[in-house]
Write a protein that binds this ligand. Structure first.
Ligand SMILES: *[C@@H]1O[C@H](CO)[C@@H](O)[C@H](O)[C@H]1NC(C)=O
Ligand SMILES: *[C@@H]1O[C@H](CO)[C@@H](O)[C@H](O)[C@H]1NC(C)=O
Ligand SMILES: *[C@@H]1O[C@H](CO)[C@@H](O)[C@H](O)[C@H]1NC(C)=O
Ligand SMILES: *[C@@H]1O[C@H](CO)[C@@H](O)[C@H](O)[C@H]1NC(C)=O
Length: 340
């Protein structure tokens, strides 16, 4: 059955009453990507995410959920876990067949990619928003809302045909509705609570400066690197005095392998207008003690490094010259003369 995909959440019946574990909106979502290479060859990947954190994986060969964090089970009992794995296994084997069968009718052209995203988002003190979407070749074809599947405006007749079929299974859509609006938020709260220590841990950033490739004649690209912090929200700016520099630009915040974060903040300036510039880092782990990195100090330390490298080099060169000169004025020792 197509609708065995009832989200992984189908049996996650976690009872939770502690809602103070989060202050920002946070979502739990299950993402499935299925690559259809041809009529007989399909590859599927599953993962589940709490915000930016990957919490679950899926081993297709053994048909088992991989719990990536000690707290990824939330309040899941052994029985629930087993049922969940059976659902997931059935879904990942039967769903592709459904698409193969309807490939012509839905004008699906091999090779193609289907992405399924489902989950829920909690807004502190506000409503829970559930979502369940299908995408074909990277664009959304349909989503679930108000107990039924709706075609996306750009989905064309393919989207309408798919919705028509999916909406025939009224019993299933009712279950999907219940899971999205009830079970999902409860499971989300349960893992938020179980993983509180991990999710709310405070790790201080390290910061350093460098210069990027010169953007033009007489111009300079200043780079402020900030790494190793947790949680993700952070404030980093190039400043002079109390003034945030208008041209400050920020990279995406990228994950480090250990679950902390990394980012770069850039400022392009005239090479002559760098005096007084500094990079300011504000983060919850720093307890109000912002990190300030001054360009002058950086420059000075760079000059010191250059000095430290150059002085010995110059001395060595001088020494070499002196030795060579001396050498050419002396007779080589006899035992170094080439033997006939
Ligand atoms: C679920 O987890 C929460 C928080 O970890 C706990 O307070 C609650 O008692 C648990 N409920 C069940 C049914 O185990
Ligand atoms: C399907 O694709 C796989 C991998 O590219 C290939 O090995 C196989 O021969 C293809 N099968 C058909 C029927 O084209
Ligand atoms: C998952 O693994 C099973 C074998 O355990 C295989 O038959 C099936 O085609 C795989 N499905 C996907 C979508 O990779
Ligand atoms: C969903 O249904 C509710 C009532 O059940 C209705 O108030 C709301 O307008 C509907 N939303 C959409 C987008 O159709």
């Amino acid at each position: 059955m197509l609708f065995l995909q009832i989200p992984l959440l189908a049996v996650l019946l976690a009872a939770v009453d502690n809602e103070d574990a989060f202050q920002e909106e946070i979502s739990f979502k299950i993402i499935q990507s299925i690559s259809f290479y041809n009529r007989s060859w399909v590859k599927s990947q599953n993962s589940a995410w709490l915000g930016d954190l990957k919490t679950h994986g899926w081993d297709n060969n053994s048909g088992r959920i991989i719990f990536l964090r000690p707290w990824s089970k939330g309040n899941l009992s052994k029985k629930e876990l087993k049922e969940l794995e059976e659902y997931s296994h059935k879904f990942s084997t039967e769903m592709p067949n459904k698409f193969h069968r309807h490939a012509n009718q839905w004008q699906l052209k091999y090779p193609f990619e289907i992405q399924i995203t489902r989950g829920c988002e909690l807004h502190p003190g506000g409503p829970t928003v559930a979502f369940y979407r299908y995408a074909y070749q990277g664009s959304e074809v349909m989503h679930f809302q108000n107990n039924s599947w709706l075609p996306s405006p750009k989905g064309g007749t393919r989207a309408q045909d798919m919705c028509k079929l999916y909406n025939q299974y009224v019993v299933i859509t009712n279950i999907v509705q219940r899971i999205l609006s009830d079970t999902c938020p409860r499971f989300l709260l349960s893992i938020l609570d179980a993983g509180k220590a991990d999710l709310q841990r405070q790790v201080k950033p390290e910061a350093w400066l460098s210069t990027g490739p010169n953007p033009g004649p007489d111009r300079q690209m200043l780079v402020c690197h900030v790494s190793g912090f947790h949680p993700k929200p952070i404030w980093v700016k190039w400043m002079r005095g109390e003034q945030v520099q208008q041209g400050t630009q920020q990279s995406d915040i990228l994950p480090n392998a250990d679950g902390t974060w990394y980012l770069q903040v850039f400022l392009e300036v005239e090479a002559t207008e760098t005096s007084g510039l500094y990079c300011r880092v504000r983060h919850s782990s720093l307890g109000g003690q912002d990190i300030l990195l001054y360009l002058e100090h950086h420059r000075n330390s760079v000059s010191l490094i250059i000095l430290a490298v150059m002085v010995p080099l110059v001395l060595l060169t001088a020494l070499a010259f002196w030795l060579r000169k001396r050498w050419s004025h002396c007779e080589p020792p006899a035992n170094l003369l080439p033997l006939k």
